[in-house]
Design a protein around this ligand. Sequence first.
Ligand SMILES: C[S@@+](CC[C@H](N)C(=O)[O-])C[C@H]1O[C@@H](n2cnc3c(N)ncnc32)[C@H](O)[C@@H]1O
Length: 197
Amino acid sequence: MTARDNDTIRFYASEAETYASRGREPAVLQLDNFLERLPAGASILELGCGGGQDSSYMLERGFDVHPTDGTPEIAAEAARRLNHPVSVLLFEDIDAQAQYHGVFANACLLHVPRAALPAIIGNIHTALKPSGIFYASFKAGEAEGRDRFDRFYNYPSAEWLTELYAQFGWRRIEITEMTGSGYDNEPTDWLHVSAEK
Ligand SMILES: C[S@@+](CC[C@H](N)C(=O)[O-])C[C@H]1O[C@@H](n2cnc3c(N)ncnc32)[C@H](O)[C@@H]1O
């Protein structure tokens, strides 16, 4: 089972410049909650960084940030905007071991088919140092599907995610539900998940 949805990657590749320059503000509430649990200068892996606004926020605060994205065209846009290296990293290729104090994954693991998500949640656990912090957000729902741009979404429930994280020994699993929107401008129920290794 592949963790990559090719139509989703194609969308981001073809929209890279527009998407990265859409003027998205950093997710300040989620970033501050995440960063306050980390030591000063902590090493952070950002997955699916998009235009790089969240990495920018963390770099400005002195953290040792490793921004990554699985779409090469998006990674190139983010590197240009951040003036900082951005690695091309697909979720399925995460292979770090006890390397990071934190993993930040805003609105990106939501593109992983449900059948492939357990392996990735496990590999993120392995990538963190003891007591490391993991933040991710998902669009809530009951069944997998696509949006009007043909992007794939796993649309989990809070219960489904809690069970999944628990299988890998995550501690202090906290899920906050918030309403908002996305690039499609549709009303969206968001699940903000934080957990500790
Ligand atoms: C909705 S955007 C979110 C971007 C950014 N985190 C933000 O909040 O603005 C999802 C990002 O995930 C990346 N992505 C999608 N599938 C991926 C995969 N299988 N591996 C790595 N990155 C992926 C896309 O290239 C895109 O930049």
